[in-house]
Design a protein around this ligand. Structure first.
Ligand SMILES: Nc1nc2c(c(=O)[nH]1)N[C@H]1C(S)=C(S)[C@@H](COP(=O)(O)OP(=O)(O)OC[C@H]3O[C@@H](n4cnc5c(=O)[nH]c(N)nc54)[C@H](O)[C@@H]3O)O[C@H]1N2
Ligand SMILES: Nc1nc2c(c(=O)[nH]1)N[C@H]1C(S)=C(S)[C@@H](COP(=O)(O)OP(=O)(O)OC[C@H]3O[C@@H](n4cnc5c(=O)[nH]c(N)nc54)[C@H](O)[C@@H]3O)O[C@H]1N2
Ligand SMILES: [Mo]
Length: 763
């Protein structure tokens, strides 16, 4: 389908009429212009459902409309009237479907019946649920007999706490900890980094902190597209005089200005709120050096203040009582040269010092961050540098202060809480053994990157995907697509068709499930489920819509049926009772983590849910030193040793304002002024001149890697864009073909999707 392509800078704010237009377009295209608004009114409300888009916290009492442009699109995408029936698959071979775009595949609507791939006809064909489970069970059991570690149980971050608990138990009863999830590509740098630094794997702030923060520092998070509901908190903060400072290579509109589309006065007067007072276009991978520079200034300013008998800049009482390793970090920071820091950050010393001065002047400051920090080779260290910054002024564990990783999928944080983890030490395996009378596997499982490596080198035979679009989300599409079909079994549990599902193992099933917004009727009636948001608040989600098809099963049911078909009977695991009544799964979760989930079924009845205990929020440090740890980074930043060759650019892979991860809603990246195409390469103007590339011309990229694997992406339209020299930007997942699977954060294995070393080559 030919689309009209326009590339022109966008001058409007985030929110505003643009967002209203965008939402209506979706409700219309999904055939729910009439019913959609009713549904949206229940979004993120205590009596309604938790948005299936991002994990941002839901205020109680809620705003009259507690949804955003992108949350509305996510809802419309699930509630769509469009359906994919077996006759669709009878008409299209899988090879033909592979020529469709990501957008067109998902846009055909909701999956309605279980399907099995037939290699003879190259088509997906309808299959009975019973037959599907029996076949999956046979294959899984046979692989288990060879070696249970040859199967991977992947989870995307959307499934409820109930499903997730059952799923991790399935993997462990099967005999492995191969439970990678989407956070392995996302905030795993947070889970590893924060745990070492402050003893918790998650952020410390709650929504109320936004009401008393004096300064908010944003590092590499695109609030306008990826967590737009947070703009309400930012608007309130900005209006009451809090200072917002952003570090981002790109001028992201949501970090600049906002008109609240739910505020009639603002809409009519087009009153814009300025979001960031200071905006620093840091080089990709430059944040570690930004923080070193800021801390260098803070140490100096503190020494000076003390010498002059003024109030100190650092919180010495906090540092002495609560932290470990400050002197070592101070020595490191003081030893760094401003010239090096300026080179790494692409910023001037004056800019970094200005940011530091704002930080020093704020009684309470919060540090917010996203993928711009975590998806680098030094992602873990970058997270820990942000903690160092917070610790210097005691900005953790008091009102208005704290560290705020903005999580992705709506229950990705919760999945980890209830045991979806490849690291056995994070899970109470003794407790699971006691409850279910089995020998739990103790060997470390595979991360997402390790699962990819295993699939490429043939040590993985089966892949079960609980949601998601693994093959599109991971790096190295080339080798992954080549080796994927060699697996013996692939099973995808999904709501919509996506490209990953078009790559099939020798036996392959596509199992359609209920979405979170749909009534889930079981033996004891309609079920509710629970999720955990970015601020560790757990609350329930109530469905509001009829299922897309009578043939859909719930995720808990599918997990239970696979378990029953695969595993020897175990009277201690009441799969069927659990499916009949999800409150029994919640009881099981409570029995597994009695302290965290105390009175689970009772406490979720409160509209505001409950916050699970986060020790660092109360200045208790569950680290090896018993204190909050200052960490010294292993390098000043960057990602790869690409600094020496000026022709090597750092590629940032980006989300548009019209996608949810690999789900491409459409081709309107409004804020970046790109309409009608995703095949673009954002480039710095000076670099374009240097390379002799004209605006609008077609270019190709090649990855700089030394493993002999060719990685190339062509057909990209060069767009002159306001971004640092030496960097470029393109869309995820199209650019994933360029990311080598081995280029990932050292400690967390998060693929380094925000600084891929590339060269521009002739198209
Ligand atoms: N509508 C919508 N909502 C979403 C998603 C979606 O795709 N669509 N995805 C969900 C998921 S799973 C996640 S994890 C989150 C992702 O949300 P974000 O964390 O915002 O992730 P990205 O959009 O990948 O990009 C983050 C920002 O980092 C900047 N950046 C890139 N490199 C650097 C760097 O080196 N330093 C700094 N300081 N900045 C850098 C980019 O310019 C970009 O603005 O959003 C969630 N919410
Ligand atoms: N280059 C690059 N790569 C990246 C990133 C990046 O910034 N750059 N970001 C990474 C990040 S942060 C993440 S989180 C991953 C995302 O990786 P994934 O979580 O694997 O991918 P999604 O695109 O979120 O998955 C979308 C699919 O989920 C299915 N689905 C939707 N709702 C449901 C449901 O309720 N139940 C079930 N069972 N299925 C459902 C639909 O079939 C849909 O096609 O990608 C990572 N990959
Ligand atoms: Mo994510």
């Amino acid at each position: 389908m030919a689309r009209k392509i326009t590339i022109a800078p966008y001058s409007g704010p985030a929110g505003g009429w643009g967002s209203i237009k965008s939402v209506s377009r979706y409700l219309d295209s999904e055939g729910i212009l009439a019913t959609g608004p009713l549904a949206l009114r229940k979004q993120n409300k205590p009596e309604g459902f938790a948005c299936v888009s991002c994990a941002w916290a839901k205020p109680v009492p809620s705003h009259p409309a507690e949804f955003c442009e992108n949350g509305a699109k996510a809802t419309a995408w699930e509630l769509t009237r469009k359906r994919v029936t077996p006759s669709f698959f009878a008409e299209h071979t899988v090879s033909e479907l592979k020529t469709w775009s990501d957008h067109d595949l998902e846009a055909i609507g909701r999956l309605t019946t279980p399907l099995r791939y037939n290699a003879q006809t190259d088509k997906y064909e309808a299959v009975d649920w019973t037959e599907a489970f029996a076949s999956i069970g046979r294959e899984l059991a046979a692989i288990r007999d060879i070696d249970p570690k040859r199967t991977v149980f992947y989870a995307s971050g959307r499934a409820s706490l109930e499903t997730s608990y059952m799923y991790q138990l399935l993997a462990r009863l099967y005999g492995n900890n191969n439970l990678p999830d989407s956070s392995n590509m996302c905030h795993e740098s947070t889970s590893v980094g924060l745990a070492e630094s402050i003893g918790v794997p998650v952020g410390t702030v709650v929504l109320d902190d936004f009401k008393s923060a004096d300064a908010l520092f944003f590092f590499g998070q695109n609030v306008g597209s990826n967590s737009p509901r947070m703009l309400h908190q930012l608007q309130e903060a900005s209006d009451r005089g809090a200072t917002i400072v952003s570090f981002n290579p790109l001028k992201e509109r949501g970090l600049e200005r906002f008109v609240n589309p739910q505020n009639p006065v603002q809409m009519l007067t087009q009153h814009e709120t300025r979001i960031s007072r200071e905006y620093y276009q840091v080089r990709p991978g430059g944040d570690i050096s930004v923080v070193i520079g800021m801390c260098k200034w803070l140490f100096e300013a503190d020494a000076k203040a003390q010498a002059e008998n003024r109030q100190p800049v650092l919180d010495h009482t906090f540092i002495a009582e609560h932290t470990h390793g400050m002197e070592e970090f101070r020595a490191f920071a003081e030893a760094q040269d401003w010239a090096d820091l300026e080179r790494e950050t692409g910023l001037t010393r004056a800019q970094i010092e200005r940011a530091a001065a704002i930080y020093a002047a704020a009684p309470a400051a919060m540090v917010v961050y996203g993928m711009g920090i975590t998806q680098h080779k030094l992602g873990v260290e970058a997270v820990q540098m942000l903690v160092n910054l917070a610790l210097l002024r005691g900005n953790i564990g008091r009102p208005g202060a704290g560290i705020c990783p903005v999580r992705g999928h709506s229950n990705v944080q919760g999945q980890r809480t209830v045991g979806i983890a490849e690291k056995p030490e994070l899970v109470p395996l003794d407790r699971l053994e006691e409850l279910y009378q089995f020998k739990a596997p103790r060997e470390k499982g595979t991360t997402t990157v390790e699962a990819c490596e295993g699939i490429i080198n043939g040590t993985i035979d089966a892949f079960i995907g609980l949601g998601g679009n693994f093959l599109r989300a991971v790096p190295d599409h080339g080798p992954m697509e080549e080796h994927w079909p060699k697996m013996r079994l692939t099973v995808q549990i999904a709501t919509k068709l996506n490209r990953g599902q078009l790559f099939c193992g020798k036996t392959a099933f596509l199992l359609p499930c209920l979405g979170r917004i749909e009534y889930d009727r079981q033996a004891t009636g309609k079920q509710v489920v629970t999720v955990e948001d970015s601020t560790a608040v757990i609350h329930q989600s109530r469905a509001i819509n009829e299922p897309a098809s009578p043939d859909l099963l719930s995720e808990p049911r599918i997990v239970a049926e696979i378990a029953k078909a695969t595993l020897p009977p175990n009277p201690n695991v009441p799969w069927d009772q659990w499916v009949g009544d999800y409150s029994l799964v919640r009881d099981a979760i409570e029995r597994t983590w009695p302290e965290m989930f105390r009175d689970f079924n009772q406490r979720i009845k409160k509209p505001e849910g409950f916050r699970r205990p986060i020790a660092a929020s109360h200045r208790q440090w569950k680290t090896k030193t018993g204190k909050a740890n200052f960490k010294v980074p292993s390098a000043l930043g960057g990602s790869f040793d690409d600094g020496k060759d000026p022709d090597v650019l750092r590629l940032i892979t980006l989300r548009s304002n019209d996608q949810f991860n690999t789900t491409v809603y459409g081709y309107h990246d409004r804020f970046r002024g790109v309409e009608g195409t995703r095949d673009v390469l954002f480039l710095n103007g000076e670099d374009m001149a240097r390379f002799g590339i004209a605006d609008g011309s077609t270019v190709a990229l090649e990855t700089v890697a030394d493993d002999g694997v060719p990685r190339r992406l062509g057909g990209l339209r060069a767009i002159k864009y306001d971004m640092p020299k030496g960097s470029c930007g393109g869309y995820y997942p199209e650019c994933n073909v360029l990311i080598p699977v081995y280029q990932h954060a050292g400690k967390s294995h998060v693929p380094a999707a925000k600084s891929v070393p590339v060269r521009i080559v002739p198209a």
